[in-house]
Design a protein around this ligand. Structure first.
Ligand code: ADP
Ligand code: MG
Length: 705
């Protein structure tokens, strides 16, 4: 019996050798294989006649009948050639295969096949060389869409498709994750149906149903983890942290600026929480550049001045270091000892931080996930801060709060989440909003340009650098990876979007290109696959102005603050979500200089264009977020795997495809109901749910270290 938990070797044709290849891409069980969704679909439902196919000159699907018996001949160069003729109502062509003798037995005279290939005219006839084909019997329609998988481990598209096909055919029974009542209520497919459909969709409508199932499943599991951790931490008593106005003013007057009204309001909300006797659970939401860091610092100051310790966790080393560099001088002038803890430090240095914090010789520790390890303990912890909290998993946020008893929790988010969505996502948190930017902030002028603008753009980049300013260039990809096979034709994603096959700018190559084109300008490159030390070195060089133009991937998306940077160029801008574009733009316009954001895109897709134009029209993150919610649905607020891969945070696989706010609310409502009835998920009918939920929470946690 083959189940989701069976090893892939239980499938016919998968021996130890192939199993090893699958292991390389993290696939050990049938379930892991089937949960590796296609990255796109080839549309073979759009059948062309031979007459049409000849005119398109591109790959397409044709329904042809075999007209002559296949014959094989040996060529001079020792290759073999198998050919036969095939026809439809509009004409005939020759179908040719090289070195595939066995193929002649695959075709029966008079039978019809769906071919996929490129029809070309040569030597006075139309021919189709080495096409893909599927027999068409008429008894069962062929699926419109053929899956295109993400590859790796030396596995080709054909082998991937075949193995998934075998797995689907041999799968006995699939246990559902979502309880049946809930599935019925929301008209969701069973897991088994959803799996069949996602790998072999008969048509776009069915695919949309499968997508809806997986989106719901993921949101539901996410909501369950939120609900479970929420239960653990509401209404508990908290450490009393009070601070006199005089002491608070000592902090405020050490700042090089005065707080905005919004910052003052949020700070007083936090002070009230800390002095309430209950544990604080507060989210500070504020647009990029609204000044959240200083509010976090003020909260830490209150904790330390009350005799306790505080910690702040950031999603990337770059950001943690930057917070440390910004805050350490301020705090040391106030007699507060600040430490830094990131993965990329020598064991000796880490140990020193661990020891100092445990002995109470550090008051405030700033770091990355490294803060979550067992060896990081505090003598008298009171406040745990998470910056850019949407980059962390629920479990990670909870793990930080578990560094002590009844800790106060402050989380910061620069993603301007519309209020409706925030209530669903952060039901367990009180929300403060910094709805005002510091004075004299310049609007970042934003323009959308296409390739024809390239030369002028390069001139503009050089001009900024020559004037002593700095430039970010963000690319959607790192470097050319040859592990994908392009079989031609139009590709559609699970969300129904047609994939733009315009070539992507790749950070590594583009950086080389630019430094050749501008020999007098110092160009650097930064991406997530670089070793941490190298990343730090590049980032430090950029901060110190030794690099003028930084070509990077989205690693610089969150938090980085370089006031001298005045130009943000985003290549293939249509590839990014609106909120993400806004975050990236937030990296410039942070100093006294006029700043620009240039979106480069050749896309003709209406939705993409609307998105990019919206960004050109406004700098207001909340308006952009509302627009995004209306246009793209809530999914855009769940960072997708694609944009997460680089910094190794929490991964959503499909929730980023969610285009339906109601579905999101339903998933949360049901999760809350399930948890209120069975908090530990111990009921027999919730067993599969508990298993899935634990696995889900773990997925958010396995990036520790
Ligand atoms: P974010 O909310 O995106 O985290 P930061 O905390 O990084 O924003 O602040 C952005 C910049 O604004 C920093 O250089 C910070 O020093 C500055 N800043 C913060 N508050 C004020 C203020 N009230 N007046 C002037 N500048 C401020
Ligand atoms: Mg910030």
């Amino acid at each position: 019996m083959v189940t989701m938990k069976s090893p892939v070797t239980s499938l016919a044709g998968i021996g130890p050798k192939k199993a090893e290849m699958f292991a390389k891409i993290g696939v050990h069980t049938v379930g892991e294989l089937l949960r590796r969704f296609p990255r796109a679909y080839q549309n073979r439902g759009d059948i062309r006649t031979l007459a049409e196919a000849g005119m398109t000159g591109d790959y397409c699907a044709m329904m042809l009948t075999v007209g002559t018996r296949p014959s094989t001949a040996l060529l001079k160069n020792r290759m073999t050639l198998t050919k036969f003729s095939a026809f439809d109502d509009t004409g005939k062509c020759e179908v040719v295969f090289f070195n595939q003798n066995y193929i002649k037995d695959a075709f029966a005279l008079g039978a019809t096949y769906r071919f996929w290939g490129k029809l070309i005219y040569q030597k006075n006839k139309w021919s189709l060389t080495a096409p893909q084909f599927e027999p068409f019997t008429g008894a069962r329609p062929l699926p419109d869409y053929v899956p295109v998988y993400p590859l790796g481990g030396g596995i080709g598209q054909k082998m991937m498709r075949a193995t998934v096909g075998i797995a689907l055919a041999s799968l006995d029974e699939v246990q559902d994750v979502i309880p049946e009542v809930i599935r019925k209520k929301y008209n969701l497919l069973s897991l088994q149906d959803a799996l069949y459909t996602v790998h072999s969709p008969m048509n776009p409508e069915r695919l949309a149903e499968a997508k809806r199932y997986f989106v719901f499943e993921e949101l539901f599991l996410f909501a369950l983890s939120v609900a479970r951790s929420q239960k653990e931490c509401t209404g508990e008593k908290g450490i009393l942290l009070t601070l006199s106005d005089a002491d608070m003013n000592a902090f405020l007057s050490a700042l090089p600026f005065t707080l905005t009204d919004a910052q003052s309001r949020v700070l007083s909300e936090i002070r009230k929480d800390l002095a309430s006797g209950f544990a604080m659970h507060r989210l500070v939401s504020g647009d990029v550049g609204s000044g959240k860091t200083v509010i976090a610092a003020a909260a830490a100051y209150i904790a330390v001045k009350s005799g306790y310790q505080a910690a702040m966790m950031a999603p990337t080393e770059i950001l943690a270091r930057q917070h440390y560099n910004d805050l350490a001088p301020l705090f040391s002038s106030l007699g507060i000892r600040v430490g830094l803890l990131v993965g990329n430090m020598t064991p000796a240095k880490k140990r020193k931080v661990h020891e100092d914090a445990a002995r109470g010789e550090l008051d405030f520790v700033i770091g990355t996930h490294a803060l979550l390890t067992e060896s990081m303990q505090f003598r008298a912890p009171a406040l745990m801060i998470t910056d850019e909290q949407h980059r962390f998993g629920v479990k990670q946020r909870a793990a930080l709060a578990e560094k002590g008893e009844n800790l106060h929790v402050l989380v910061m988010s620069a993603t301007p989440i519309p209020r409706t969505l925030a209530l669903v996502l952060y039901g367990d948190l009180d929300i403060s909003t910094i709805n005002q930017l510091p004075p004299k902030r310049q609007k970042v002028s934003t323009f959308l340009v296409d390739e024809s603008y390239r030369a002028r753009l390069n001139g503009f980049i050089k001009k900024q650098a020559d004037e002593g300013r700095q430039v970010y260039i963000v690319c959607p990809a790192i470097e050319d990876t040859a592990d994908d096979e392009d079989e031609g034709g139009q590709l559609v994603t699970m969300g129904g979007e047609v994939i733009d096959k315009k070539p992507l700018r790749r950070a590594v190559e583009y950086a080389k290109e630019l430094s050749l084109a501008m020999p007098t300008v110092s160009v650097g490159c930064l991406h997530g696959k670089m070793p941490a030390q190298e990343k730090d070195r590049v980032m430090a060089a950029f901060e110190e102005g030794r690099i003028s133009v930084l070509v990077s991937t989205t690693v610089i998306e969150v938090g980085v603050n370089i006031p001298n940077a005045t130009l943000m160029v985003i290549e293939n801008a249509d590839r990014f979500g609106l909120s993400q574009l806004h975050q990236l733009r937030g990296r410039v316009g942070r100093g006294a200089y006029k700043s620009w954001c240039i979106l480069v895109s050749d896309s003709e897709n209406e939705d993409s264009l609307r998105r990019m134009r919206a960004l050109c029209e406004t700098n207001d993150g909340y308006r952009i977020a509302e627009f995004d919610l209306a246009q793209r649905g809530p999914g855009d607020f769940f960072a997708s795997e694609e944009s997460n891969r680089q910094s190794g945070e929490f991964k959503f696989r499909v929730a980023s495809l969610c285009d339906d706010t109601e579905l999101l609310s339903s998933a949360f409502a049901e999760a809350t109901r399930v948890i209120s009835q069975d908090p530990e998920l111990l009921a027999e009918e919730n067993k599969p749910l508990k298993e899935a939920c634990d696995a889900f929470a773990f997925a958010g946690k396995n990036t520790l270290s």
